[in-house]
Design a protein around this ligand. Sequence first.
Ligand code: NAP
Length: 250
Amino acid sequence: MTTANSARPVAAVTGASSGIGAAVARALAAAGFHVVLGARRVDRCSAIAREIDGTAVRLDVTDPASVSAFVAAVPECRLLVNNAGGAKGLEPVAEADEDDWRWMWEANVMGTLRVTKGLLPALIASGDGHIITVTSIAALEPYDNGAGYTGAKHAQAMLHRTLRGELLGRPVRLTEIAPGMVETEFSLVRFAGDAEKAGDVYRGLTPLTAEDVAETIVFAATRPAHVNIDQIVLKPRDQASAMRAHRREG
Ligand code: NAP
């Protein structure tokens, strides 16, 4: 599972088996990166890796041993895209499901912490490292019934933004990408596979695509080394905030 066998800079993308991560892997490869794709559904990562001449490594960010194995497979790394994560449930705090909250905390917060800690030495050693973390507009504002997710995304964002100061003077850039609604498997996961509920989220509006987010990430990743894009917030034109969207009839 070697990645140092090409002259291309190496980018590690977590959660690369679907949605934003898969689109980012393809877009980074087109921009000249050797992409290492990590996710639990490694068969999907392998199919994309074959397509883009990348490397697939099974990764469960909630499992420290799995993260260690992933990190060991990426001895050289110029770019880390912390993308793995998501939401489970949409309930008021009064009815919060503790297992869902734990899942969201483990996947979004502890997962980002583990992978970032593991790859930081390689990113620094590269002389031009870059950490791009996909948070959300849920990291910027609360919304009703979303506290488990907004809480986790705020914590993930704080971890990321803290690094901007802690790494000052080191050759590592930090970019936070905060999207609004993107049509991926996100809502299917949130609603435990209920396709009708998931479809309702995007009903009557035009959401962002995973490719829209990937293009933005590639833009940030391909600026000159002295240019740090700190944060990009992108939303569909139809969405003004987490709780306010315009939906067309019919
Ligand atoms: P998605 O299609 O459900 O993709 C989520 C990815 O995360 C999958 O590749 C999944 O892979 C991976 N993942 C989940 N748990 C994991 C774990 N324990 N270990 C490793 N990988 C794990 O949804 P998406 O929209 O592309 O989500 C990507 C990121 O964007 C998430 O952090 C999400 O919070 C954020 N985001 C999404 C939206 C939106 O509206 N879609 C908006 C703002 C931010 P496996 O299941 O194969 O492990």
